[in-house]
Design a protein around this ligand. Structure first.
Ligand code: AMP
Ligand code: MG
Length: 331
């Protein structure tokens, strides 16, 4: 058990974080997407501690984070020239590229795969932390496995207090959903997880981009695609945009049963509803940025969260719906 400290990022806390990381402990840190749980990526035991703290399944590989001046090519092999264009356009930023590994990263982090996902975050605090430790950092989101991803230091504390010694506090994450994961080992880059760097944006730079066949997109109604992930600790219900009446009935039924329901929706739908509302905003970037915070708020104030499909017309909707449809139960 640790007496978990939450410290604002400054020279002193960065030195403490560095000492922990280099001695094989794991610490929380902010990025522009969500908070990460950082461990020295070359040390098997440090990486194991990440899986244990989160209760993460052993077969889900971790992303390796680097500061912007770190020589990525010491860790991975570039197999296709389009990678250089992608780096020019989107790195540092909310994109993880999966490369052929040179085998130096701990196999615990890569789950024994011959590939490794690399991300160079653009968040100032993340860069300061990564620069300070100056070693590759394996990091998943800093939440208990399956729970909603953390976008504030408090969220990390709620899930991991006692399990880690330190959380670096860099305020609220602005991006709000996890990085786009892009396989760059293939002739055509393949999106393994959708995020803020979208297929459209990648197509503009590379000329081509595909979604992985296994990626659930925005098909709320697709049966069998869902397993719980990103979930708040309250009852949830997800409705289509054309199911307002059904959602209102569900809300009223919940009230009658003595429960506290909240709608969680964008501004356009909020205008049509009466009662408790968590408004996610209007644009896709606002909605992405507010989604996890709303799920965290929701689980504290609501017994039932009633969510709606998001359709702003932006390509970012794919990433939002990927998270929302796993976090909330389709009705
Ligand atoms: P999380 O750590 O929860 O943000 O999730 C990391 C994501 O990156 C998961 O979807 C992983 O499956 C994916 N990922 C990490 N490394 C690899 C890899 N080498 N190959 C494929 N996917 C990866
Ligand atoms: Mg995660």
């Amino acid at each position: 058990m640790f007496d978990t400290k939450v410290l604002k990022i400054n020279d002193k806390s960065l030195q403490i974080a560095k000492d922990y990381v280099l001695s094989g402990e794991v610490v929380g840190f902010p990025t522009e997407t969500v908070y990460g749980l950082a461990g020295f990526a070359f040390l098997d035991d440090a990486v194991k501690k990440i899986f244990i703290a989160k209760g993460r399944p052993q077969d889900n590989p971790l992303i390796v984070h680097l500061h912007r001046d770190y020589d990525v090519d010491k860790i991975v092999k570039v197999e296709h020239d389009y990678v250089y264009k992608l780096r020019e356009a989107f790195v540092p930023g909310p994109i993880t590229m999966v490369y052929k590994s040179r085998g130096v990263v701990s196999p615990v982090a890569t789950c024994g795969l011959d590939t490794v996902g690399i991300r160079i975050p653009m968040h100032d605090g993340a860069q300061e932390f990564l620069k300070s430790v100056d070693v590759p950092i394996a990091a998943p989101s800093a939440n208990a496995s399956k729970h909603t991803s953390p976008v504030t230091a408090e969220h990390v504390y709620e899930d991991l207090k006692g399990k880690i010694p330190l959380i670096l506090d860099g305020g609220k994450c602005q991006g709000g959903i996890e990085s786009t994961v892009l396989d760059v080992t293939t002739e055509t880059p393949i999106i393994l997880r959708s995020g803020l760097v979208t297929a459209e944006m990648i197509k503009k730079v590379v000329g081509r981009c595909e979604y992985s066949k296994n990626l659930p997109t925005d098909k709320v109604r697709a049966p069998g695609m869902k397993y719980r992930h990103y979930s708040p600790k309250c009852q949830t219900a997800l409705f289509g945009r054309d199911e307002l009446d059904k959602a209102i009935e569900f809300y009223n039924q919940s009230l009658k049963s003595g429960l506290t329901p909240y709608y969680m929706c964008d501004g356009e739908i909020a205008k049509k509803l009466n009662g408790n509302v968590l408004n996610l905003g209007n644009t896709a970037s606002e909605i992405a940025s507010n989604l996890y915070d709303a799920l965290h708020k929701g689980e504290k104030i609501a017994d039932v969260l009633i969510a709606f499909e998001v359709k702003t017309g932006s390509d970012v909707d794919v990433g939002i719906m990927n998270r929302l449809s796993k976090a909330c139960e389709r009705r």
